[in-house]
Design a protein around this ligand. Sequence first.
Ligand SMILES: Cc1cc2nc3c(=O)[nH]c(=O)nc-3n(C[C@H](O)[C@H](O)[C@H](O)COP(=O)(O)OP(=O)(O)OC[C@H]3O[C@@H](n4cnc5c(N)ncnc54)[C@H](O)[C@@H]3O)c2cc1C
Length: 327
Amino acid sequence: MPTAEEAQARLAEIPNLTVSTDTPLAPHTRFGIGGPADIYAETRSTVAFVAAMEAARASGLPTTVIGSGTNLIVSDHGFRGIVLRFLGESLCVAGQLVTADAGAELQDLVDFTIAHGLKGLETLAGIPGSVGAAIYGNAGAYGHSIAERVEQVTFYDGSPIRFFTNEQCQFQYRESIFKRRKDWIIFSADLRLDRADAAVLRQTADEIMKVRNEKFPVTMKCAGSIFKNLLLRDLPPAVAAQVPPNVVREGKVASAYFLEQVGAKGMERGQIRVATYHANLIYNTGGGSAADLCALIADLKERVRQRFAIVLEEEVQFVGAVHGSPR
Ligand SMILES: Cc1cc2nc3c(=O)[nH]c(=O)nc-3n(C[C@H](O)[C@H](O)[C@H](O)COP(=O)(O)OP(=O)(O)OC[C@H]3O[C@@H](n4cnc5c(N)ncnc54)[C@H](O)[C@@H]3O)c2cc1C
């Protein structure tokens, strides 16, 4: 089996792939937290990316893919293996079908569809991150998620490039098959949209953006919501009975409700803080560590577990051996 040096040498031979070693990952995350990756490689080329994944698999080294890092907690010790990023960002339209590369920013896709008078993604305005990760985690907001518009996803699973229909992607709330198969890498998605007035769509998106920018200032070092919301039907009946109707939306109970009950707002550990106005929003005030972030997350989970006998599930994803992370 090749050593890290041999893997790096093999990656360095792949045309159009940028490879570096001992690469700090903090700048690749919105939290601004995390140690270095042994090997980091990125490319805009599909051919180079497939070659990189084949080399990474052959190396036997732990390998992970990142997008724009807006939903990541990276260990303070970094990642002992290969971190790959696909930067292909092409957006194409044919009638009402839009094809987006995984490396495109979701916001660029939203703007692109609006400019073409295509309805269906405008409520996703302001969700940061890439299209690939949006498919992976079935990103959504304002009662809609990207899965509603996905027709087909193109991905790599070690065999030649494959395609999955919407059904095969097994989308659920913030879930897809790709979240359970972390070695499957999304290259692009085809999305089917409806025709609508571009000016009306723009207005909807702009209004949503305004609200979002107040809740999540663009400079805030965070990951949006730390925990997934809970399905009302999955709650123990005694807990469901305590939930006020106004915190239930589309059958989901905001995790923020439970967190608020256990005093989460304003809690802090080191340079990590829970927002005073939103109990499910944790941010790095500057110089924070993954250790403190995970300890605060663990503390909040434990408080909710003790008070309500329910276990909150992180929406945020972990890279490297993060203390207290679920993997
Ligand atoms: C301020 C703020 C607000 C947010 N609001 C929302 C919201 O309203 N709704 C919502 O759903 N999310 C929200 N999020 C979370 C985040 O925007 C989404 O999870 C987003 O999809 C992450 O994209 P990313 O490119 O940054 O992914 P990353 O954080 O880099 O990665 C997230 C996961 O995706 C995987 N991944 C990335 N690219 C690929 C690929 N090509 N193939 C397979 N797996 C891949 C990674 O391995 C990782 O596990 C918010 C985040 C922030 C910071």
